[in-house]
Design a protein. Structure first.
Lengths: 256, 261
């Protein structure tokens, strides 16, 4: 089951899976199995995207969504890390905060959409809020777990040097957990894409999600599908960028 | 005794409580360790030898008794006691040299001197060539050598070692023991060494404390009279083998007694 594949073989299989998917799509539309209004051909989708790219709509939609993610995700991440350090290091704060985080974590983000609109309208702030609700609570708990996994002897080592507990935390524990924290960031950034799209689908006048609702209104199925593909590609790209940066930051983990 | 002991533990008691029941782990420990003495704590697993070391390091509390270093009662961890842990505790994002520098900086050494001092100590454990390697690039034995260099660098009065070679293969362990012997020989420091390897304990120590089980206590103290410097082959001399057998027997008596209770 765990037999190793060579790099090129792995890539070949992955590319084949994508091609198979594309072929099925071509076949379904080419043979007229699906009406264009339900499933347009890949050509139609690409043509539509080219047109939107040419008139600048695509770039501005991407720009709006990326901006919302960056702000919402950054605020959530910074707050979550601070929370995690607090509850990871001090039992008092763990008792005071963690059960509450656990409770909120199980509330569906979707259910907050109407409420956030009520609170903050349909502008950027509401998008930040949805992204924040969707990522902060999960991140705080995951970061805390990352911090707790630092071996106890690391703490012991710091204390034998006469370092204060706070100094041990900031100089030894958090840096030790950094590769895992980065991984948590990468995973939660993926969710942020879902939350921004959700918020834009419900109420917005710009962004990728908004454009998909417009497409639905005018039965522009090619545009809806094109934007969903764009979202997939953007998600994959950010994930790869995060992986790349992680490899640069944490070079010291490699054996060579 | 004419001179004050480096370390003195008197009437030390320690128990762990898990919920309702309380388990006594250390019962009335009394030890004196002289300046520049090398002593080992041996015993079956569960005898509390690592707990005792951890208490001396100041990393764990105790209910009753006293731990004195140079006559002064300890109140927690401190720079006068350096620890080499069984697990690898090198900071992974720092190179071997930077790991030693980290300890020097945190213990308040002159920033202008720390690189020099760190290099000297890597030299001491014969790792100068790997000064700029990260821990992930070092073998287990090398990591522990850096850990020893790091613990020695800020000149603690007592070096506490908790099964530092326990995770290493037999060959590397032998080399590490020899290296430790050399360093101790040249630099003269007080070492308290926890191990479950009787051969190791006898080879390294001036005295071996055998600990008993349920509750953990000092069962007997066996002096190791062999002259120093000790050669590597000494482990196979008859006298040494007999002493090893005696220590082993003492440990075995405890485990079988504990089983029949």
């Amino acid at each position: 089951m765990a037999a190793e594949l060579s790099g090129p073989t792995y890539l070949l299989i992955a590319v084949c899976a994508f091609l198979l998917f594309l072929a099925a799509w071509f076949l379904a539309t080419g043979l007229g199995l699906a009406k264009p209004i339900f499933l347009p051909s890949p050509f139609a989708v690409v043509a539509r995207l080219m047109k939107l790219a040419a008139d600048g709509t695509l770039a501005s939609d991407i720009g709006n969504s990326v901006y919302r993610i960056m702000v919402g995700f950054l605020i959530a991440s910074v707050m979550a890390l601070a929370t995690a350090i607090l509850i990871g290091a001090y039992r008092f704060w763990e008792a005071a905060i963690e059960p509450f985080l656990d409770f909120v974590r199980y509330m569906p983000v979707v259910a907050f959409v109407p409420l956030t609109i009520l609170w903050s309208g349909t502008g950027d702030v509401q998008k930040f809020l949805i992204i924040w609700i969707g990522t902060y609570f999960q991140q705080a708990l995951m970061f805390k777990d990352n911090i707790k996994r630092v071996p106890a002897d690391f703490v012991g080592f710091g204390r034998t040097l006469g370092m204060s507990d706070f100094r041990v935390l900031m100089r030894i524990v958090v840096p030790s957990a950094m590769p895992q924290i980065w991984d948590t960031l990468r995973i939660s950034l993926g969710w942020a894409w879902t939350w921004v799209t959700l918020a834009e689908l419900v109420a917005a006048n710009s962004g990728l999600g908004y454009r998909i609702t417009v497409a639905q209104r005018y039965l522009q199925t090619d545009m809806a599908i094109g934007y969903i593909l764009v979202l997939g590609i953007l998600g994959l790209t950010t994930d790869q960028i995060m992986r790349f940066l992680g490899r640069q930051f944490f070079k010291y983990e490699r054996k060579s | 005794m004419q001179t004050q002991p480096k370390l003195k533990i008197s009437n030390l008691h320690k128990s762990f409580s898990n919920g309702r029941s309380t388990i006594k782990v250390l019962d009335d420990i009394n030890i004196e360790v002289g300046d520049n003495e090398f002593v080992s704590l041996v015993g079956a697993s569960g005898c509390g030898k690592s707990t005792l070391l951890s208490i001396i390091a100041g990393l764990q509390d105790f209910e009753e008794g006293e731990v004195l270093v140079d006559g002064a009662s300890i109140t927690g961890p401190g720079r006068d006691r350096g620890v080499v842990f069984q697990t690898y505790t090198l900071l992974p994002w720092l190179t071997a040299l930077q790991n030693v520098e980290f300890a020097l900086r945190e213990t308040g050494h002159d920033p202008k001197e720390i690189t020099d001092v760190a290099r000297r100590h890597l030299d001491l454990v014969k790792l100068s060539r790997f000064a700029n390697s990260f821990p992930s690039q070092l073998s287990g034995g090398m990591k522990q050598r850096v850990a020893i260099a790091r613990a020695l660098s800020y000149r603690p009065k007592i070096l506490l070692m908790d099964e530092p070679f326990g995770a290493l293969d037999a060959l590397t362990r032998g080399q590490m023991q020899e290296l430790l012997m050399q360093i101790w020989q040249e630099h003269r420091l007080t070492v308290i060494f926890v191990t479950h390897d009787v051969e190791e304990a006898v080879y390294l120590s001036d005295r071996v404390f055998v600990m008993g089980l349920n509750p953990g206590r000092i069962k007997e103290c066996i002096a190791v009279p062999f002259a120093r410097p000790r050669q590597t082959g000494i482990q196979h001399d008859r006298g040494v083998l007999e002493l090893q057998a005696r220590v082993l027997k003492s440990i075995r008596e405890e485990t079988s007694r504990a089983e029949f209770e």
